[in-house]
Design a protein around this ligand. Structure first.
Ligand code: M6R
Length: 610
């Protein structure tokens, strides 16, 4: 998500930190900052927007010391601004952080009650105050104070801190967010990613979850959070700068496909209350009274986000028992649509800036509807124009073809459906708990599916020259078929069509012959028998079937030429895993054809024109 770089050594820290941040720019960010110990004090310089703004601020206020921290922020709590940019300071301490502190509200209230005043809206500032408080209460060192602070914090973090009292060291800690240490000649660095450190060293070691470290110019000392010493030798990293940006993957899209389990974990983080079988979501602004007055839900979106909305419609109708419709934003805005105060309009957009979706939001608000945004970019136009928001915490998505934003949109929509169902009284706590438990199992089910990449690659090798491909699915599998077809056409330029399997005999069946590959999305669900009949219809006309099935489906294995397996999992959450083989199939086909996977022709990541 955000980028961290830290330095301790004999050189001036600021230029090294700025260089590290520049090497992380490709990831996207909305603000940046440095904190440097000048031998007497810690000086902090921050700026909203691009790194040039920070560089200009540093020209006005040069930072002189040789121990410091740098950060590029991708906002998750608190809008993008200078005030919310990291580093955050409290007393003698400055802190940078990547990740999400789950219990930040509880801690914030506690700190406020003891007189602490906050200078930002971030969850990170809480950690700075906790460390400062530990020092005030007698913790002998920054390292000990950090350990005490971590005892209070729940969530995902890569943290780095400096203290005015200890000018010659950094203290870092990791849980569920990456953190790398660079061991140079008489200097030591840390970073959220390998590229941040490549300007100084190639000798790196990786912190594991539950570990902390103290960095001095002479080296690094690692311990577990419980205080057990850890011995780890640095490894030499031979990646080129470009390889490092992609985390060793060939393309950003592939990296983002494999990041999905982590993105889903982050989107769920702090939002599930298993005891109550309910969703904890203050940002939604939808209390029980408001949820009960809704008579219709309208989901507006474009492209991949529209496909996520189609899945969301099923979930909302099933769990909240309220009519739900989906609208292509580009159509609804020109139709003089009728919206009213009993409508909940849900605008789904990874960028939060899509012009058509924004126009639909404005039309809905003019009609008096309540509008809720599901977006990945905090503070973007669509959430700003809406009354409530539910952010997907996928982190920056660089590949133009959306992958991790799609699966996290699905997760957000299912959270919304549970939230509505619980408030409308159509979903009891026990069923709520079952669904939320199933959501918590998603990251592992996604890892299981990703591990079968070799089989998917084999299918891609066989079919990468096919000029056409048909994708079929029913129920929750139908939007997944649409998304599979969109992914394939976007990046491989092959003609691909997604169809509801039940519609096949109303037209597309005419296309089927021995040259037509047909992907059938058919995990074990209530529609299984019917989709199996469609598969047989394709086979009867010599169509070539690639079936996406639940593991151990002997029936499908007998009939289909290729089988891509999903783990056994609850029907409701299947779409989140079922899209993965289709994303990988599209990716491998495009890569075999040699297209520009990350920036396919004619497409833009953010579509701000009609
Ligand atoms: O940013 P948005 O989610 O609003 O974007 C909508 C579409 O432009 C987007 O999903 C597009 O279809 C992607 N290229 C899909 O991979």
């Amino acid at each position: 998500m955000c980028g961290i770089v830290g330095y301790v050594g004999p050189k001036k820290a600021a230029p090294i930190l700025l260089d590290g941040l520049r090497r992380l720019e490709y990831r996207g960010y909305d603000s940046a900052g440095l904190a440097v110990h000048d031998g007497r004090e810690i000086e902090v310089v921050r700026a909203a927007g691009k790194l040039e703004n920070l560089a200009s601020a540093l020209e006005q206020r040069p930072l002189g010391g040789s121990t410091g921290l740098g950060h590029t922020r991708w906002a998750t709590h608190g809008r993008p601004s200078e005030q919310n940019a990291h580093p955050h300071a409290a007393g003698d301490v400055a802190v940078v952080h990547n990740g999400i502190i789950e219990n930040y509200l509880e801690l914030k209230h506690e700190l406020q009650a003891s007189g602490v005043r906050f200078a930002s809206d971030t969850d990170t500032e809480i950690v700075a105050h906790l460390i400062h408080r530990a020092l005030e209460q007698g913790a002998p060192t920054l390292f000990v104070a950090m350990r005490q602070a971590l005892g209070r914090v729940r969530g995902a973090y890569a943290l780095a801190a400096i203290s005015r009292r200890e000018p010659d060291r950094l203290v870092i800690a990791k849980n569920a967010s990456p953190l790398v240490v660079g061991v140079g000649e008489g200097e030591t660095l840390c970073g959220s990613d390998i590229p941040a450190l490549l300007g100084s060293t190639r000798n790196m070691l990786f912190l594991e979850d539950g570990e902390m470290a103290e960095l001095t110019a002479g080296g690094v000392r690692i311990e577990t959070v419980e205080g057990k010493p850890v011995e780890r030798a640095p490894k030499r990293i031979d990646w080129s700068a470009v390889q490092a940006e992609k985390g060793g993957y060939k393309h950003f899209m592939l990296k983002e496909i494999f990041e999905q389990p982590r993105a889903v974990e982050d989107t769920l983080r702090g939002r599930i209350n298993l005891d109550e079988g309910d969703v904890v979501e203050a940002e939604l602004g939808l209390d029980a009274q408001a949820a009960r007055t809704i008579e219709r839900v309208v989901l507006v979106a474009c492209g991949t986000s529209h496909h996520a909305s189609l899945v969301g419609r099923y979930w909302i109708e099933q769990l909240a028992r309220v009519p739900a419709h989906t609208e292509l934003a580009s159509e609804v805005r020109y139709r003089e649509p009728v919206f009213g105060p009993k409508d909940l309009v849900v605008a789904v957009s990874q960028s939060g800036e899509t012009a058509d979706t924004l126009a639909a939001v404005k039309a809905a608000r003019e009609g008096g509807a309540r509008v809720l945004a599901i977006a990945n970019v905090l503070g973007s136009a669509i959430p700003r124009a809406s009354q409530g928001s539910l952010y997907t915490h996928a982190g920056p998505e660089i590949g133009v073809a959306s992958t991790k934003c799609f699966t996290t949109q699905l997760v957000a929509l299912l959270l919304l459906a549970v939230h509505l169902g619980r408030r409308r009284g159509t979903l009891d706590a026990e069923r709520g708990r079952e669904i939320l438990q199933a959501m918590l199992e998603l990251p592992n089910e996604m890892r299981w599916t990703l591990a079968r990449k070799a089989e998917i690659h084999q299918v891609a090798r066989h079919w990468h020259n096919a000029p056409h491909m048909l994708f079929l699915g029913r129920g929750l599998g139908y939007p997944i078929a649409l998304e599979g077809a969109l992914k394939l056409k976007e990046i491989s330029y092959a003609h691909a069509e997604g169809y509801a399997a039940g519609e096949m005999k109303h037209g597309p069946i005419a296309l089927i012959d021995e040259n037509m590959p047909v992907v059938v999305v058919m995990p074990r669900d209530r529609q299984y028998e019917k989709t199996l009949s469609n598969l047989q219809e394709v086979r009867a006309r010599d169509g070539q079937v690639i079936a996406v099935v639940t593991e151990g489906d002997a029936e499908a294995k007998k009939l289909a030429q290729w089988v891509l397996e999903l783990p056994k999992m609850p029907e409701l959450t299947q779409p989140v895993a079922a899209v993965i083989p289709l994303q990988l199939l599209a990716y491998y086909i495009a890569d075999l054809k040699g297209t520009d996977v990350d920036q396919p022709r004619n497409l833009a990541k953010t579509v701000t024109v009609e």
